[in-house]
Design a protein around this ligand. Structure first.
Ligand code: SAM
Ligand code: DTB
Ligand code: SF4
Length: 360
């Protein structure tokens, strides 16, 4: 059963477990709730790039930082449709449209975004938007246009958030998530590791996400992509071990959520990514670009899927559970419990006892 009362201490204890125990526990929970061979593939589309008034310390799109990105006004509906069709033919079941906005403003541009949502929806793909803060009314209009998910990240713990962003608060983020929750649009919310936060902050972010009731339907875990010109440009990249711990811990505290291996995959080996899928990641962003920074090539990703026997999840196919994953709890014994065969009365245990007696 999904718990909504996780504490920071409990989450830290999970995060710091010996790696093999952590991976085993996460993988066990993962297969109870998801098909371990299916991974959702989502394509990011930056529909409006750069020039953002916010001061998010990690973001190359903030106007105040001098980065090399090329800014763009809002894309046209036909451009978006062409990109969505391309994403679909590349195996994506979801398109996530991102705009470098502080918040959504009613008017012509928002009307165009609503038309983009309707257009992608007609292609039988899941549509996601990440447009900054939204009011309840705007969330409702997006829902009516057929939006499937809204992404709005908490990014870090409440305490560390203040160190990275000053132009809006944690509560603003929670309010937007709350506004989306009032509609039938699913919530996508996660964060970034590698911004200089402590392990307590990572646990704090997971407490904030896991205690939401219901929990987000999807949670992106981003490794910071340090971009020249941003305040976090000199931040050291996170190691695969940290990513693995974060993915596994997220999976354990949010068993039903789709955990997305997001920014930072270009620095991860196939082996590293395979371990993350084993530990419960079941979604990726595909396409050679995230919003402004590089991402692995689609063909390379599809090769990796082939190598690992992974299948892209179909659109609207949530929580598929294969027949081979039995509901028998004994297959998924919680850590600390003795394996089935060493419990009193089991055939193997009786044989062992008989052997010991005949020797005596
Ligand atoms: N402007 C909207 C907002 O802030 O909600 C939507 C776009 S914003 C770029 C979406 C998310 O991208 C951020 O919340 C952050 O988690 C992630 N992000 C931005 N820059 C990043 C970076 N350099 N490395 C990793 N993740 C990043
Ligand atoms: C999310 O959590 N990660 C994506 C998506 N949601 C919008 C964005 C990652 C952006 C990485 C930096 C860039 O490419 O600009
Ligand atoms: Fe703007 Fe979003 Fe970047 Fe913050 S993360 S600067 S709100 S585009």
């Amino acid at each position: 059963m999904t718990r909504h009362d996780w504490t920071k201490e409990e989450i830290l204890e999970i995060y710091n477990k010996p790696m093999m125990e952590l991976l085993y526990e996460a993988a066990t929970i993962h297969r109870k709730h998801h098909d371990p061979n299916k991974v959702q593939v989502s394509t990011l589309l930056s529909i409006k790039t750069g020039g953002c008034p916010e001061d998010c310390g990690y973001c190359p799109q903030a106007a105040r930082y001098h980065t090399d990105i090329e800014g763009n006004d809002l894309m046209s509906v036909s451009q978006v449709k062409a990109q969505a069709l391309r994403a679909k033919s590349g195996g994506s079941s979801r398109v996530c449209m991102g705009a470098a906005w502080r918040n959504v403003k009613d008017g012509e541009e928002f009307d165009n975004v609503l038309e983009m949502v309707r257009t992608i929806n007609k292609l039988d793909m899941e549509v996601c938007c990440t447009l900054g803060m939204v009011t309840e009314n705007q969330a409702q209009r997006l829902a009516e246009a057929g939006l499937y998910a809204y992404n709005h990240n908490l990014d870090s713990s409440e305490e560390y958030y203040k160190e990275v962003i000053s132009t809006r608060g944690y509560q603003d983020r929670l309010d937007t998530i709350g506004n989306v929750r009032k509609t039938n649009v699913t919530v996508c919310s996660g964060g970034i590791i590698g911004m200089g936060e402590s392990l307590e902050d990572r646990a704090g972010m997971l407490v904030a996400l896991a205690t939401l009731n219901p929990q987000p339907e999807s949670t992106p875990i981003n490794a910071l992509v340090p971009v020249e010109g941003t305040p976090l440009e000199e931040q050291q990249k996170v190691s695969i071990w940290e990513m693995l711990r974060m993915v596994a811990t997220t999976r354990i505290v949010m068993p039903e959520t789709q955990v997305r291996l997001s920014a930072g995959r270009t620095d991860m080996s196939r082996e590293g990514q395979a371990m993350c899928f084993f530990a419960g990641a079941n979604s990726i962003f595909a396409g050679d670009k995230l919003l402004t920074t590089p991402n692995p090539d689609v063909n390379e990703d599809m090769e990796m899927f082939k190598l690992l026997g992974l299948e892209p999840q179909k659109a609207f196919e949530k929580k598929a559970k294969p027949e081979s994953v039995s509901a028998d709890e004994s297959q998924y014994k919680p850590l600390g419990e003795k394996p089935k065969w060493s419990r009193p009365g089991h055939k193997i245990e009786r044989n062992l006892e008989a052997k010991a007696k005949s020797k005596a």
